[in-house]
Write a protein that binds this ligand. Structure first.
Ligand code: AMP
Length: 534
């Protein structure tokens, strides 16, 4: 027997909302894991370490609360400092930066290094620091040891296994050197993961169709890397990759510095002179560059840069962009080559994922947009995406990463008003959508030939205390009280769109279908919470 439906009043807002519930644990304190596997992004400029905790990838912060560690090491007398602690020391020929650029590189082939270099064993190279010679592997080892220490500090347990990311184009020697550094740091390197694969993992497979192709555009501090990956059977495969190990934010810092020198009427070598703290000038150039990603102009200031003279020059964003012609041309060329190597047209690229600190430069985002003929996706944290992906890969290997199940549910119950102004729930709150529920109703009065259907959402017993999503009149064949048969069906699709189907079952009239098309919640979350609580 159906329930009687009476009329209702009052206009309302559409409020078919959606909320996402993530199963697999929420954020909480870190729990000890049997034998954790950490994911490490060993970057040219910054490094980070992460882990999958309770089903979510997270980055582990150091004691200062920082998740990104500058990839620098300072070799002092009998002491080595890493990251921010290293930067607080006077460089004085003891600070090694961007060692990744020299990983597995032979002496003589080494790109410009931060310190003088010497030939080391097996044809490799080493940095000549005030404390003696240090190979890139040794520098990487101290960086990795520090990341391991941070992880152990946060997890409060020993960490022995890791996944480390490397640029996709790293050759065998470079990969071996990275692995060796990890092992020397006391880590069993379970896998070396290509950085674009890690970035694609962080971007998320859930955003892509079963078989799709994405481009990962990664412009970091010292390297540029473009890769096209294909997602197939839940796994990303690098189809083609290209890059330039000597193109990155550092070069753009040089563009800024040269621009400033030119504006100040200085010759380039004037800044290379004895007594000039070049490191300080480069840091100021970097600061100006970053500011130009947000502002149209910025001021470069270097008081007493050589002990007596000072520099103060305004730099415009357009000037910086103009000075980057050759870097931009290289990026454009590499992107096109990678497309050709992948045997693809731009139309086949589903998404362009932007990562790397320098992808924040507006001109770089524009370039990616132009080349791939689509708006690039800048939704990932440019500095953290690779580490997040490394953490996911580590979680996959450790068995702690379960594809986090994201289910869409209705945040509030859905129903209709019945006799006595009551709320008759058809779809209870937290029902997984899509869903479909039907119920029979009957007439409350003799001779009644229509009823008003008020669709409501809320948790209160009385209809008037809930929100009205919509209302409509449903005519049916006049019948004595309790004899009419009206079927009502509420269906919610994946997008939270509610469809109400009403049918005069007894009288056989046409179906009335009302679509309540809004996924927008016009009510504050607090109001929803309050209602649920009450
Ligand atoms: P990564 O190697 O990915 O850590 O990137 C580091 C590079 O990103 C450095 O050269 C930074 O100067 C650069 N970078 C960071 N923030 C910005 C910004 N807001 N605008 C331009 N470049 C940036």
């Amino acid at each position: 027997m159906g329930r009687p439906v009476t009329g209702g009043v009052g206009a309302g807002r559409l409020l078919v909302g959606r909320c996402r519930l993530a199963f697999g644990g929420g954020p909480g304190s870190l729990r000890a894991m049997a034998d954790p596997v950490i994911g490490i992004d060993l970057g040219t400029t910054y490094s980070a370490v992460g882990i999958v905790e309770a089903g979510f990838p997270i980055l582990l912060a150091d004691e200062e609360g920082e998740r990104l560690m500058p990839s620098v090491a300072w070799f002092g007398p009998g002491v080595v400092k890493v990251g921010r602690a290293a930067l607080r020391e006077m460089a004085e020929g003891r600070l090694v930066r961007s060692a990744k650029r020299q990983m597995g590189v032979r002496f003589g082939e080494a790109p410009g290094a931060c310190l003088p270099v010497v030939r080391a064993s097996e044809g490799g190279m080493a940095f000549r620091t005030a404390e003696g010679e240090v190979t890139p592997v040794e520098v990487s080892r101290v960086l990795l040891s520090e990341l391991k220490r941070i992880a152990e500090f946060r997890l409060e347990q020993e960490v022995r296994r890791a996944v480390i990311t490397v640029p996709a184009y790293f050759n065998n020697a470079q990969r071996e050197a990275t692995k060796q550094a990890g092992e020397e740091a006391g880590l069993e390197v379970l896998r070396l993961v290509a950085e674009p694969t890690a970035a694609a993992l962080a971007y998320g497979m859930d955003k892509l169709a079963e078989r799709s192709r994405v481009a990962v555009f990664d412009l970091g501090g010292g390297t540029f890397d473009v890769s096209i990956l294909e997602l197939r059977e839940g796994v990303f495969e690098v189809l083609a990759t290209g890059g330039d190990t000597r193109l990155g934010g550092d070069d753009i810092d040089s563009v800024v510095l040269n621009l400033v020198a030119r504006k100040a009427g200085l010759e380039g070598p004037a800044l290379e002179m004895e007594g000039v703290d070049r490191d300080r000038l480069v840091r100021e150039a970097e600061r100006v560059k970053c500011e130009l990603s947000r502002e149209e102009s910025a001021i470069f200031r270097a008081p007493f840069y050589d002990g007596s003279r000072s520099l103060e020059e305004q730099v415009e964003r357009v000037e910086l962009e103009g000075g980057m012609d050759s870097e931009l041309a290289t990026m454009r060329r590499i992107c096109r080559e990678v497309l050709v190597d992948a045997g693809m047209e731009v139309a086949g690229v589903e998404a362009v994922v932007m990562v790397g600190g320098s992808s924040r430069l507006p001109v770089v985002q524009r370039l990616a947009g132009e080349v791939f003929k689509q708006e690039p996706d800048c939704s990932q944290h440019p500095d953290e995406a690779v580490a997040i992906g490394a953490a996911i890969q580590a979680g996959i290997l450790a068995g702690t990463w379960r594809e986090v199940l994201l289910l869409d549910v209705t945040p509030l119950s859905l129903g209709v008003e019945t006799l006595g102004g009551l709320m008759n729930v058809l779809i209870p709150r937290n029902t997984t959508i899509p869903c479909k529920v039907g119920e029979m109703f009957t007439n409350a009065r003799d001779g009644q030939d229509s009823m008003q259907v008020r669709v409501l959402q809320g948790e209160r017993e009385l209809a008037r205390d809930n929100w009205e999503l919509g209302k409509f009149d449903l005519p049916f064949r006049s019948a004595p009280r309790g004899k009419a048969r009206v079927g009502l069906q509420l269906s919610l699709d994946e997008d939270g769109i509610l469809e109400v189907l009403a049918r005069d079952v007894e009288g056989g009239g046409p179906d009335v279908i009302v679509k309540i098309e809004s996924a927008a919640v016009d009510v504050s979350e607090e109001a929803v919470e309050q209602m649920v609580e009450e």
